[in-house]
Design a protein around this ligand. Sequence first.
Ligand code: MSP
Length: 659
Amino acid sequence: MSRFYLTTAIDYVNSRPHLGTAYEKIAADVIARYKRLAGADVHFVMGNDEHSQNVFRKAREVGEDPLAYCDRMAAEFLEVWKRLDISFDDFIRTTEPRHKAGVQALVRRMTAAGDIFEGHYEGWYCVSCEAFKQEKDLVEGLCPIHRTKPDWIREKNYFFRLSKYQDALRAHFSAHPEFLVPDIRRNEILRLIESGLDDISVSRAGQAWGIPMPEDPQSVIYVWVDALINYLSAVGYGTDEVLRERWWPADLHVIGKDITRFHAVIWPAMLMSAGLPLPKQIFGHGWVHFKGEKMSKSLGTAIEPLDAVQRFGPDPLRLYLIKEIAFGGDGDFTWDRFEDRYNVDLANNLGNLVNRIAAMAHKYRGGRLAPTTEAPGRLADVAGRAVDEYRRDMDAFALERAAAAAFRIVDAANEYIASTEPWALARDGSKADHLGQVLFDVAEAVRVAAILLLPIMPGSAGEILRRVGETRKVAALRLPDATWRHDGERVMAKADALWPRVEAQAAPTSNDTDTRDGRRQSVDETSKTPPASAAVPPASTPAASPSAPAAERITIDDFMKVDLRVVKVLAAEKVPNSRKLIKLSIDAGTEQRTLVAGIAESYEPEALVGRTVVMVFNLKPAKLMGIESDGMVLAASPDGGKPTLVGFEQDVPPGTRVR
Ligand code: MSP
């Protein structure tokens, strides 16, 4: 079995992760999951970079001990990565003893090679970059990345003879054109090497926060030297030779373009100095922009990843970032576009397909699909080609193209339904076999597409596989399982709509009560087109429209699952920092509850007190702007209008069921 050791950059913890840093982790996770799907033994490592001066300062600013602060931040980072479904195998923190051992071991080897010498540094230092800057790097005296004035420092430093490795680096780049990708980064770094490399400072004086130089505890190791070594210390360098032997050299470092120089010049030179093999490849991805700027906490353009997760769950976000941004280039995140793509790719396309095939399988075949004596239709060819293209694109880290390949199968399956018209075939008894084959083919196309989507949308693709009767465990599936099959019976699961369409000010319908993960109750306060009411879910899938085919309507049993009750508003207040949300305390007859409703544009809180309204009583609670909403009130949201609460002509006691 081939092995694949994959890393991401380790994050500074002076602030929480934002969507830009999360993008890197999601992209690397897609690669890790793809490699596992392709059968590799994967070791995926992420971590936190804790010895930065910024981290130290931030801890002081909030009055915490630096290590205690880092512990707290590590928990926050891990929570975000968990919510984004990032499947790392190990998470390293640079304050861990195993890391300290690795760093000191490597610096000792560089010293033994005669590559570390004492000197004085005088010049600019940008703490946000944690980088020594030359005058020519500054724009109007400011760091061009952080737009802040760097510090002028003069101190005793240890230096690394980077200049000594200039020729060896050049030779490595020419012998291994794949070492740094995409080409734009490689060309930039080649130019830098050609322009001549200076020796660099590898220690800082007068600081207590960091790992001491092995021979001079008065100096701490420069945070970038410290951080880069995480890729080695995480696999046992300095502590566990067997582990190190097993995983080093890394197969791929995934990093952002702003830190390419550290990874593609300084890091390989350090490894050469220590006599260790170089990583096989470095991928320098682009930046996620927000409002035309690099997303960044210090620039005030950061989006909290959990806000985006709360909108629709983790997978729509993962899909958006992977499919909409060419991996290697820059891309934009906007709430509007995120919502548009959700509607197009998931509600209208993939979700609709999954709902339709399940509904038709149940209507026409009692939920069981099997191949007939007919040969598979044209979908088999489309899927076969898409799998080949997907594999080629994933292997080249063209993640966006791989995602598009999977969606080509989805598009083709939707078109196939439209052109074969299963509902017409069902009316003609002589076409029964053909109908069976059409339905089987569509289900098989969905199965193949879902396997390809596993790395990108792990949770949802797993759920889709379950719905189309894939009985094997998701973790056991491999790429060859995406080969078209013309055998076996598929038992199709009946389930709720996967991704209901969202539309501003859409009327609620019975199909809108699915809140397995609470995502449809979430409100995007920054979007221009949020649902009219947090309590009023967005518009349903086409399945619930009056003209929907009978197969896609719900049964009375489905409707009865929704527990609608009359409740009385006891208290109401606006949710701070929200234009739309009102917090309600309600009396439901048997108990009191707190709800959050998106009706502030239509109602003053005082006017709501004493009013009788209808709520969905058995909805899973969801957090809105930090408040747990334990149910949802019903309102009509006419197109272009404001929400109007559902009410009664006569007094009805709280607790009464509505049917
Ligand atoms: N701690 C260093 C990395 C050390 S690796 C040995 C660092 N940390 S960071 O927190 O500033 O950035 C972590 C990663 O997120 C980097 O790869 C960086 O390029 C990436 N990104 C930061 N902002 C980003 C965007 N707006 N968009 C995409 N990636 C972004 O640098």
